[in-house]
Design a protein around this ligand. Structure first.
Ligand code: ATP
Length: 233
């Protein structure tokens, strides 16, 4: 069973400090959320784990793998799936080809494509359409489906709800809960605290690049300060 471990992670872009001394673990099968305002350092934390942002850390590991020594393109082989902010689907390729690209480097642990179509029936219906012709919500599902194609053990998602209607946000939440119930570990970065509390069992709150609060999602959801700042209640 693989635990994702992050110890004292800091991210700097030149003189800009995006994250400072961030530490947490995601146990096998756990779902952890990171919430916080615009610019709090959530995306930078995720990108740094993936090796896509300048980082310093005492440790970043997944199971036995030392991710500080693993280039970004090898992470998929360790069972790490990543859904970047903004989806980044290939608009000129069909839905099916986008999905197949998700398993391009990992044919040995590929998810049968029909499993993804079962999870997202709309992708099956549109398998021969160009990804660029899909709505924003459908593209988000495609981005999640593509990350699932390499049969990850942990999935890192960056703002999957961005720009989606409440109905589609609910659909994404349902899929993430189902995947987690089936054993996939989830690290979910979101500005949408309501969605995060619904999908995850525990959460970190980031402020100015640091972890300002941690706790069970249900407790944070009921915390008056968190409700005021992040839920507008
Ligand atoms: P958002 O929800 O808007 O993505 P966030 O919590 O994910 O916010 P980050 O995107 O990690 O926050 O940004 C943290 C800080 O780092 C911000 O001050 C941001 O302006 C800065 N930053 C992010 N990316 C870069 C970059 N490539 N170059 C310089 N500064 C950056």
């Amino acid at each position: 069973m693989s635990t994702l471990t992050v110890e004292n992670l800091s991210v700097h872009y030149g003189g800009v400090r995006a994250a400072h001394d961030v530490s947490f673990t995601v146990e096998a099968g756990q779902s952890l959320g990171i919430i916080g305002a615009n610019g709090a350092g959530k995306s930078s934390t995720l990108k740094a784990i993936m090796g896509l942002a300048p980082r310093r850390a005492d440790a970043i590991g997944f199971g036995d793998a030392n991710l500080l020594r693993a280039p970004a393109h090898t992470l998929v082989r360790h069972g790490i799936g990543y859904v970047p902010e903004g989806r980044h689907v290939f608009p000129g390729l069909t839905v099916e080809k986008n999905l197949l690209l998700g398993a391009y480097t990992s044919s040995w642990r590929r998810t049968p494509i029909d499993e993804v179509y079962t999870l997202f029936p709309v992708l099956g219906e549109m398998r021969h359409r160009l990804a660029g012709a899909l709505s924003g919500g459908q593209q988000q599902m495609l981005a999640v489906g593509r990350a699932l194609m390499c049969r990850p053990k942990v999935m890192l998602l960056d703002e999957p709800s961005m720009g989606l209607s409440p109905i589609l946000v609910a659909e994404i939440a349902g899929v993430l809960k189902r995947l987690n119930a089936d054993g996939l570990s989830i690290l979910l970065v979101e500005q949408n605290a309501k969605l995060t509390f619904e999908v995850t069992t525990s959460c970190l709150v980031m402020e100015n690049g640091e972890i300002a609060a941690t706790g069970a999602s249900a407790d944070l959801r009921d915390d008056p300060r968190v409700r005021r700042i992040y839920l507008g209640l």
